[in-house]
Ligand binder design. Sequence first.
Ligand code: 5RP
Length: 264
Amino acid sequence: MDWGMENRLTRLVRSDGRCLWLPVDHGYFQGPIKKLEKPGATIGPLLDYCDAVFVTRGVLRSCVDPLTARPIILRVSGGSSVAGKDLAHEGITTCMEEAIRLNACAVGISIFVGTEYEHDSLLNLARLVDEGERYGIPVMAVTAVGRELKKRDARYLGLSSRIAAELGARVVKTYYCEKFERVVQGCPVPIVIAGGPKVDTQYEVLEFVHDGIQRGAIGVNLGRNIWQDQHPVAMIRAIQAVIHEDASPERAKAIYDSVKSGVA
Ligand code: 5RP
């Protein structure tokens, strides 16, 4: 592996082989959703606890302090919105030169397997990988499901993740699901778990993150279930314990409670 590629991957994944990446890119198709109305205010208190931030160039430039030491994963696909016809109709929105200028450690792109735009999104990924490899920048493929949350099963996510790896993604971001180990086993590159819409309890999140790690994920790229929580710092610290300290969901919930009540 070339030095630049290896160095970027090393900065994104800690020496324990795990990672906690914080996505705040949702505005690129959903607009100012709850708790991301002012991205800077949301990101600021969490920066110290994540291993990287997944963000568009617009929010990066306007809301993230350039003095931060946190690695950046740049969201470089988009072009559709919740108000438009089809969320799957994405293109590449940000060129590799811009990713280099912004000192990105990786770039991220969504693929939409099984949709009308499957072909375009997969070729976009392949082209991005060609450019990323040329400049030593890893590509993270996101197996997006748009509004079709029911698609999140091992068969579909396994198919999408494998295709992403075959096309050259260095890491795949996909959803946790039942029999998640099948997704991991069929994908020859590391997998990080996306969170999806906010779930009812903190324990549920801690449980699926813990289970996903046990079944082979190297970490998470998890947003709403952290920063839409009433106590985002408590939540990120609890998830950090699951990922980097092998904490059980029970232990992590205890960490959440003590940070929330100001004890930790
Ligand atoms: C949107 C994304 C988000 O980064 C992704 O959804 C992860 O965030 P969350 O945990 O809130 O689902 O890729 O397409």
